[in-house]
Design a protein around this ligand. Structure first.
Ligand code: CAA
Ligand code: NAD
Length: 282
């Protein structure tokens, strides 16, 4: 099947990046948010990234304009009826994702492939909640999507060979380097990354050092591009908290349990860069 029109559910941190790379790769792209304010915020993020790219000499003015021309924002599921493939990038919550798939299935054709950008949920369980468990797979991008080269492709128990091959080919068509990842919580990258981030929070709570010193330790000492607290703020503390709960629920190992400080920061609305304050102030 030829994929011409791509739908992206959610225009938050990840959905905006995913919509941008889909449109940049030549797909007619329709991105949906829950209301106009959030949609405009997400589309603004895309415009800013492309503008900055032009300023830095990384994106041509033509590429910026043609990417934006191929991109449409919407707040209705009806507007997604023509999509051949949908990438879902809404909040990391099983019930919210299930409800969104049910609404999508009311308007979409049977041929449409669903790919979830979930970080930690069970792909087989997500697939089973749809009427197309064979045309469903995980496609896990990394933040910031336009810059990070990796995409994990996850096969649920019911994903057909054809769907899996199409998800792989789709990731490549976006300029990503796809890898096979298992349908286990956190797949490959988050299985290793999330315990590290949670451990950093626990160590900080236990007085290991200042935020700045711990971050400096991991950047200058290990060559990481940013330290764990800058990365937590970048990913979003709410999203990290949801991921930790999901991974802990499945593995029942203390390494995945969300530290008390993380929970309290989320409850206080300190979600990281996206809310203006997390471990650091922005
Ligand atoms: N348009 C085009 N290119 C751009 C750009 C733009 N708007 N902005 C930056 N770039 C390019 C730069 O030109 C530069 O390219 P070169 O390497 O060719 O010079 C490159 O992108 C890096 O940009 P900068 O040097 O300006 O930025 P930086 O050095 O501060 O790096 C970063 C930014 C790449 C995000 C870096 O901080 C980084 O790698 N951080 C870690 C990110 C990470 O770990 N992400 C994964 C999170 S976990 C996840 O996503 C999974 C999950 O489920 C939670
Ligand atoms: P986010 O909070 O920035 O964005 C989620 C967006 O989805 C919100 O703007 C919300 O309004 C919107 N939304 C919720 N329900 C919707 C619906 N029914 N229709 C359309 N939009 C809806 O979160 P995010 O960081 O972009 O994460 C989204 C997904 O991507 C999650 O599954 C997360 O685990 C995954 N993910 C996140 C990262 C990261 O670094 N933040 C990396 C990889 C994967």
């Amino acid at each position: 099947m030829q994929i011409k029109t791509v739908g992206v559910l959610g225009c938050g941190l990840m959905g905006s990046g995913i919509a941008q790379v889909c449109a940049a790769a030549g797909y007619k792209t329709i991105v949906k948010e829950i209301d106009d304010a959030l949609l405009q915020k997400g589309l603004g993020r895309i415009r800013k990234f492309l503008e900055d790219g032009v300023t830095k000499g990384k994106v041509t003015a033509h590429a910026r304009d043609s990417t934006l021309d191929r991109l449409t924002g919407t707040t209705t599921f009806d507007a997604m009826a023509a999509c051949d493939l949908v990438v879902e990038a809404i909040v990391e919550n099983l019930e919210a994702k299930r409800a969104a798939y049910a609404s999508l299935e009311r308007v979409l054709g049977a041929h449409t492939i669903f790919l979830s950008n979930t970080s930690s949920l069970c792909v087989t369980e997500l697939a089973a909640s749809t009427k197309r468990p064979d045309r469903f797979a995980g496609l896990h991008f990394f933040n910031p999507v336009p810059l990070m080269k990796l995409a994990e492709v996850i096969r649920g128990l019911t994903t057909s060979d054809d769907t899996y091959a199409q998800a792989f080919a789709f990731a490549r068509s976006l300029g990503k380097e796809p890898i096979n990842a298992p349908d286990r919580p956190g797949f490959i990258v988050n299985r290793l990354l999330v315990p590290y981030l949670l451990d950093a929070v626990r160590a900080y709570e236990n007085g290991l050092g200042t935020l700045e010193d711990i971050d400096k330790g991991m950047t200058l000492g290990c060559g990481h591009p940013i330290g764990p607290f800058a990365l937590l703020d970048f990913v979003g503390l709410d999203t990290t908290y949801y991921i930790a709960n999901i991974m802990f629920e499945e593995f029942r190992e203390p390494a995945y349990a969300p530290p008390p400080l993380l929970k309290r920061m989320v409850l206080a609305g300190r979600l990281g860069r996206k809310s203006g304050r997390g471990f650091y102030q922005y």
